[in-house]
Design a protein around this ligand. Structure first.
Ligand SMILES: Cc1cc2nc3c(=O)[nH]c(=O)nc-3n(C[C@H](O)[C@H](O)[C@H](O)COP(=O)(O)O)c2cc1C
Ligand code: SF4
Ligand code: SF4
Length: 255
């Protein structure tokens, strides 16, 4: 089958899933369209994809599920039997039911899942698999995309088995940590503008209950003013990092 257009759709608070989704999509055509649904107000209208298009979609794993905000935003995309590659990125613990959940969701939305990938990304918390996806991971993404391309050449292709349990485990919510702001803050407002939840008030410091502990504000702050430098968090992060030390590998699902 000839693919006429490829769209990469992602929720990616700290950018790991975005890197993989775009790398996979770029293997199919020279110019892809990207649809970033990370911000709470990013999806303004319903959108339908045609049968000869390809959608590559992804989200991070939050508590063994896809983040519920990403899930809600994805329900505004519809397929007409449009082939879809589903991906989740997780921080080296496990993806549990997240990939199955995303595959099921996309099928309900009218897509046909051609392949799935459970990918490793640096964990939001602690010091776990830092820098991943790295260049080797992205090369694996490209090899995966080539294989999916071959699969799509066969007009008779079947949807793969995607691991996970249904009913899904509880999860998909944010975490409980709330970043702090230290005296280095220059009030530039970058964190306010980039918070996926719109949870940081105009004073650049007050964080409301909409916060999901994605730590994007810590990542984007240019002067390292946003932080999680409490003794409790530092202790948690050390123990957590030790617990998840053993490296896991990317997994691919075609059959
Ligand atoms: C609230 C929350 C819950 C998470 N739950 C899991 C999990 O269940 N398993 C896991 O391996 N990683 C988990 N992670 C780590 C993220 O899945 C991981 O860092 C991912 O690379 C983030 O993707 P992004 O950079 O595209 O936002 C969690 C992260 C957050 C913020
Ligand atoms: S305030 Fe909370 S939701 Fe907003 S970017 Fe920071 S950690 Fe994420
Ligand atoms: S991004 Fe950093 S410096 Fe800018 S307002 Fe936020 S905390 Fe302050």
């Amino acid at each position: 089958m000839e693919i006429s257009k490829v769209t990469a759709i992602y929720f990616s608070a700290t950018g790991t899933n975005k890197r993989s989704v775009c790398t996979i999509a770029q293997e199919f055509v020279e110019k892809i369209e990207t649809v970033d649904v990370t911000m709470w107000n990013s999806v303004e209208q319903e959108r339908t994809f045609e049968e000869e298009e390809l959608v590559v979609i992804g989200a991070p794993v939050y508590g063994g599920r896809i983040y519920e905000g990403a899930r809600e935003r994805f329900t505004h995309f519809h397929g007409k039997n449009t082939p879809c590659i589903v991906t989740v990125t997780y921080g080296n613990r496990h993806y549990d039911d997240a990939l199955l959940e995303l595959a099921d969701l996309m099928k309900t939305q009218g897509f046909r899942v051609v392949a799935g990938a459970a990918l490793i990304g640096q964990h939001t918390y602690g010091d776990i698999q830092k820098g991943r996806p790295n260049e080797q991971d992205l090369e694996e993404d490209r090899i995966f995309a080539k294989k999916v391309k071959e699969k799509l050449q066969n007009s008779d292709w079947q949807e793969p088995h995607i691991p996970g349990n249904s009913p899904y485990k509880d999860g998909g919510n944010g975490g409980a940590f709330r970043p702090l702001t230290n005296e280095k803050c220059v009030g530039c407002g970058i964190c306010v503008a980039k918070c996926p939840q719109g949870a940081i008030q105009a004073d650049c410091k007050t964080i409301d209950d909409k916060c999901i502990a994605c730590f994007r504000c810590i990542q984007v702050c240019p002067v390292k003013a946003k932080n999680m430098d409490t003794p409790e968090y530092i202790e948690f992060a050390e123990n957590f990092s030790k617990r998840l030390e053993a490296r896991r590998e990317n997994e691919w699902f075609f059959d």
